[in-house]
Ligand binder design. Structure first.
Ligand code: AZC
Length: 830
């Protein structure tokens, strides 16, 4: 069945042959051997980094035999595999997860202590692989964790960026980006396999010929190529012995350098080709949801997808496998449109290399792909100019035209005479230039198309792809996102995990719905006390971290109000900020006595895309407001704003467990799902949120009394938009809004410079594309309800417990079961 695969007595859960013994002594011996023979240092002279690398190497030894065994078992069973194609994997640190999955925490801690080493110090040595921007990349990481834990064969395919998401620093409150040199101190979790490199072609032209049987044949004559070198990462299941591969591709020049040019003395020119090729996997594009249509990005997309298809066909299938049966062995899940060029690539391989005719090739291709859309923002939908595509991938563009011709014929047959419809649905758009709409190509090709939360999937059908859902209603489905309970509860919140285990045992780690059993404990005073003690411990841990990491002091006993996510106007960090500024303004103007404020610390964490001006201005404003508010003695002990730089998975793991209040305040209809919202609820924060994305489902499950809903619903937003939204009217009509915006414009946050934040305030009062002003009053009223509830600590804690108890649905294990049933039609191996 589809049940979770947890089984501590699973034969592979025991130490397999080839692993060091599962004991402190065995561990120490393996660790010291790693340190001496791999790092080449004696314990007495070893640096923290050498110790960390040796520890990682040791843990790897434990996983190694399971990894080999998993691969053998999967090949032998000829099991159907999930090929997860994603340009991003926001993995977070590997060490803690690997220790947890192989049940080595205690052994490692004791063993290292014998060597005089503190495990926590080594954990903190790791630089997280930040190979993603935000939700989409983190979701991919949660999904591959769940598949391994559920014993489902999966290969994650992606790009080994040499530089991941930039490191954010603040200089005078402004974001300044630093390169993410995550590989600099060594990369102990990867296995490069240059022997399995794949050649990827680009450019050139196509040639038509007729073969001996009179069939037309197309040959692509490319003009340049690069090598894709695979790097394997281990994705361990939780205590079940499975270790799936994550295969990330790195670009290398086919020729290291041109010896004749080198010999002639032009060194720079001799390595030019190499530099050019290696640029492909050099850096992650830091735009979240706003593709720029850059040539290098298209190169990245085709590069990793071409490597991955080639890899699967050549290395995962037996010799002589009949590719007509390919759908019985693989389903490629397209994580948004970034990998959609895989569709014409598979068509090309089947037709041009394996002699399939169009219909045969299309039948197989259609069955092999499914597509997940992660957005509703029109500017996030990728469109590649045919000019660029034709130059880089001429054969693929031809195939795309072929797909479109046949598709439009189908549309005309289903809706005779409806030329407007055919025009609307065409994969090729003519404006603003001729381009390929990748979301349309994905929808035409895929067996299933899904959104990532119920509301999102409905809006996807009704607003983004209505013509397609009219043509193929059965193609559309929903799978609500989820998060891994291993990383985001057991590992990130060990204190709460212990409290939960003491009450209901440990089965929840792989069967999160069992948290339901906590409901009865919501009335148990001892449990509530233990729960609150865990929250306090998490706050102390965060206090220590932020003091050391950022020099930020968190006051004791504050309501911890947290908004962490990418900086985007639709997410409305400005709404949260206006609330803060409004409170401050009321104190300054004597409308509110500081003593009447609920002591509160507002924490922001957010990176802005480097080219997104408004987002960067908002970051600057948040930092300036923080500086002023935190320095004003009249708010001392009452209101504080903290904005630690460089929010990432590692910081999230400390921040989320400490939070009291989770801010999920996007304009309804804009946030596809959100996954941070799930992590907060699961860790016992209450949500203040709009009826958007997965918030809808969170509220339905935890119950209205335990969730602070505010703002317009999606239909109300649509209606207001249709009537014509005038933010100026809210500015004029609402004294609190006016006072807050005027305070910003007064220069109080900008050393008297009244123009410094004009871009932000003008945008709010004149455009306010995401209607922050329209929802302000409702938001403030909801915050008042928050404060009222927080004053009754017992009632608050009870709600927090019920949030935990009722969040089991948001496990990514459940998401995976939904994908298995509704989309992939495959099962755990067990
Ligand atoms: C994000 C969505 O914005 C977020 O709501 C969702 O939870 C997440 O995907 C996972 O599904 N989208 C992106 O990060 N990027 C794009 C291109 O949509």
């Amino acid at each position: 069945g589809y049940g979770p695969a947890f089984s501590p007595t699973h034969p592979l859960a025991l130490a397999p042959v080839g692993s060091p013994p599962h004991s402190v002594d065995g561990f120490v011996a393996a660790f010291l051997a790693e340190l001496n023979t791999k790092q080449g240092v004696a314990l007495s002279h070893s640096s923290t980094n050498a110790q960390y690398l040796a520890l990682a190497g040791t843990v790897r030894q434990y996983l190694m035999a399971r990894w080999l065994e998993t691969s053998r078992k999967t090949h032998e069973a000829k099991a159907k595999t999930v090929g997860y194609l994603s340009a991003e994997y926001l993995l977070g640190r590997q060490l803690g997860n690997a220790l947890m999955a192989s049940d080595l925490n205690e052994i490692a801690e004791k063993g290292l202590a014998q060597c005089g080493i503190d495990l926590t110090t080594l954990r903190n040595q790791e630089v997280e692989p930040g190979l993603g921007n935000g939700g989409l990349g983190r979701l991919a990481a949660c999904f591959i964790d769940s598949l391994a834990t559920m014993d489902v064969p999966c290969i994650g395919y992606g790009i080994r960026y040499e530089y991941g998401i930039f490191r954010q620093t603040f200089v005078d409150g402004r974001q300044v980006e630093q390169p993410d040199t995550w590989l600099a101190l060594g990369s102990p979790w990867e296995f490069p396999h240059p022997d399995e490199s794949v050649q990827v072609n680009f450019g050139g032209y196509t040639e038509k010929s007729v073969d001996a049987d009179g069939r037309e044949k197309t040959t692509w004559v490319p003009s340049w190529n690069v090598l894709g070198v695979p790097y394997n990462y281990m994705v361990p299941g939780y205590l079940n012995g499975r270790v799936n591969p994550l295969r990330l591709w790195s670009a290398q020049a086919t020729k290291a350098f041109d010896l004749s040019i080198f010999n002639a003395g032009d060194y720079a020119e001799a390595v030019r080709a190499q530099t050019f090729a290696e640029n492909i996997s050099k850096v992650l594009y830091p735009e979240d949801s706003t593709p720029q249509g850059k040539e290098l990005r298209l190169q990245q997309q085709y590069f990793f997808v071409a490597c991955s298809l080639r890899d699967f066909l050549d290395h995962e299938l037996e010799e002589g496998f009949d590719l007509h049966d390919l759908p019985s062995r693989i389903i490629f899940q397209l994580n948004d449109t970034h990998p959609v060029i895989a569709v014409p690539e598979l068509m090309r391989i089947l037709m041009d290399e394996r002699g399939f005719d169009w219909e045969e090739a299309w039948e197989v291709t259609h069955q092999c792909f499914a597509y997940t859309c992660h957005t509703l923002l029109p500017e996030a939908l990728e469109v590649w100019s045919t000019d660029l595509l034709g130059r880089l991938l001429p054969r693929h563009l031809e195939i795309i035209y072929g797909i479109n011709d046949r598709f439009l014929a189908e549309v005309r047959e289903a809706f005779p005479g409806d030329e407007l419809r055919a025009g609307r649905m065409s994969i090729i758009t003519e404006y603003p230039e001729r381009g390929v709409r990748m979301a349309y190509l994905a929808t035409v090709a895929a067996t299933k198309v899904n959104g990532v939360a119920e509301l999102h999937s409905q809006l996807l059908r009704d607003k983004v792809l209505p013509d397609f859902s009219a043509l193929w209603p059965e193609r559309f489905t929903n799978v609500t996102n989820g998060v891994t309970p291993r990383r985001f509860l057991k590992m990130a919140n060990p204190k709460l995990s212990d409290v939960i285990c003491d009450a209901i045992g440990s089965g929840w780690v792989t069967d999160l719905e069992r948290l339901k059993e906590l409901e009865t404990y919501a009335l148990d005073d001892d449990f509530l006390a233990a729960f609150r003690e865990a929250k306090d411990w998490n706050k102390r841990r965060l206090t220590t971290l932020l003091r050391n990491r950022d020099g930020i002091d968190l006051p004791d006993g504050h309501l911890l109000d947290v908004m962490v996510k990418r900086l985007h106007e639709y997410k409305r960090q400005t709404l949260k900020l206006l609330h803060v500024v409004s409170l401050y303004e009321q104190v300054l103007s004597g409308k509110l006595a500081p003593a009447d404020l609920t002591p509160r610390t507002v924490v922001f964490g957010a990176k802005a895309a480097p080219g997104y001006r408004m987002a960067k201005d908002i970051i600057h404003l948040i930092n300036r407001v923080a500086r002023t508010v935190n320095a004003d003695p009249c708010l001392e002990g009452r209101l504080k704003v903290a904005f630690p730089a460089n929010y990432n998975v590692t910081l999230a793991e400390k921040l989320i467990p400490a939070a009291d209040l989770s801010e999920q305040i996007s304009l309804a209809g804009m946030e596809a799902s959100g996954t941070g919202n799930m992590k907060f609820a699961l860790n016992g924060a209450l949500t203040i949120g709009t009826d958007d994305g997965a918030n809808v489902e969170i509220r339905r499950l935890v119950g209205d009394e335990h969730f602070f809903l505010f703002g317009m619903s999606e239909p109300e937003v649509a209606a207001l938009g249709a009537r014509g939204y005038d933010p100026g009217a809210y500015y004029q009509g609402n004294a609190a809004i006016r006072a807050a915006i005027d305070l910003i414009n007064s220069g109080i946050f900008s050393d008297g410079d009244r123009g410094m934040f004009e871009s932000v305030t003008m945008s709010l009062t004149h455009h306010d594309r995401f209607m922050a002003l329209a929802d302000f009053e409702s938001y403030v009223a909801a915050q008042a309800r928050v404060e009222e509830r927080y004053a009754d600590q017992e009632s608050w804690t009870r709600s927090a417990v019920l949030n935990v108890a009722r969040s089991g649905y948001f496990s990514s294990d459940r998401s995976m079961r939904d994908y298995l049933r509704r989309i992939w039609h495959t099962q755990p191996m067990l």
